[in-house]
Structure formats: structure tokens, C-alpha cells
Design a protein. Structure first.
Length: 131
């Protein structure tokens, strides 16, 4: 099975219909400043959008140590180091470069055509939901 076919079979989100998995548009949501409570609010927001727009398949990048809300909602996600962890580890380069690299990796891995960065409390912009 090739990568495109495998990605098409992956579900992300409780409300993504089985028959929409293959054609649903993957959307990378960068939520690196969210704590667990804010991430739970984001998960509910994404579920509401997916219920109204069953053609979106959000994938989330977060720094939250507790991403259980994303798991409970059925969303695919990956974690990144927080800014504090990055600096404590003594890595070279900037934290912004690290985050950009993680976004690039996820974009390539999940073949994501759209990326949206959300601050806590922000909602998906209309362009992210366009077909």
C-alpha cells in the first residue's frame, strides 16, 4: 500500500464518516501554546467543525503534556517540545526553527495542503474550511 492510500484510510476525528476518510482534506492545526484545558476546548471546536464539514481531517501539533482530549476526540496529533524544554536541552538554532521543522515534517508525512496556527481561544478561519 502506498503512502497516499494509507493516509486516506486514517481516521482523524470522531465525526469523520467512514466514506469520507479517503477524500477528506487534511488540515494541520498548530497549537503549540495550548495547555490541557485549552487543548480540550480546541478539540471540541474541531469536532463541531467536523460535524458541520465532514470533509476535513484535522491533524494537530501541540506542546501540551496532556493531549488526552485530542485522543478522546479521535484526532491524530504529534507533540513538540515546549520553548522551555528546548532551551533547557541546549539545542542549537532557534525554537522557531525547530517548530518550523516539525511543521514541515508533519506537512510532508501527512501530505497536508493547509496549515493553520491557532493561539488559545482562536477558532479555525473560514479559509481553512473551504473545499
Amino acid at each position: 500500500i502506498n503512502q497516499a492510500a494509507a493516509l486516506g484510510m486514517i481516521r482523524s476525528g470522531r465525526y469523520l464518516p467512514d466514506d469520507a476518510r479517503r477524500m477528506a482534506r487534511r488540515l494541520l492545526v498548530v497549537a503549540i501554546d495550548h495547555d490541557a484545558t485549552q487543548l480540550a476546548e480546541l478539540a471540541e471546536h474541531l469536532l463541531a467543525h467536523q460535524l458541520a464539514h465532514p470533509y476535513i481531517k484535522p491533524v494537530v501539533l501541540t506542546t501540551a503534556m496532556d493531549a488526552s482530549a485530542l485522543s478522546a476526540a479521535g484526532f491524530l496529533y504529534e507533540t513538540a517540545m515546549t520553548r522551555v524544554m528546548w532551551h533547557k536541552a541546549g539545542f542549537t538554532g532557534t525554537y522557531e526553527d525547530y517548530v518550523a521543522a516539525r511543521i514541515g515534517e508533519m506537512t510532508a508525512t501527512f501530505q497536508v495542503p493547509r496549515v493553520v496556527t491557532l493561539q488559545p481561544g482562536e477558532h479555525l478561519p473560514a479559509w481553512a474550511l473551504d473545499r
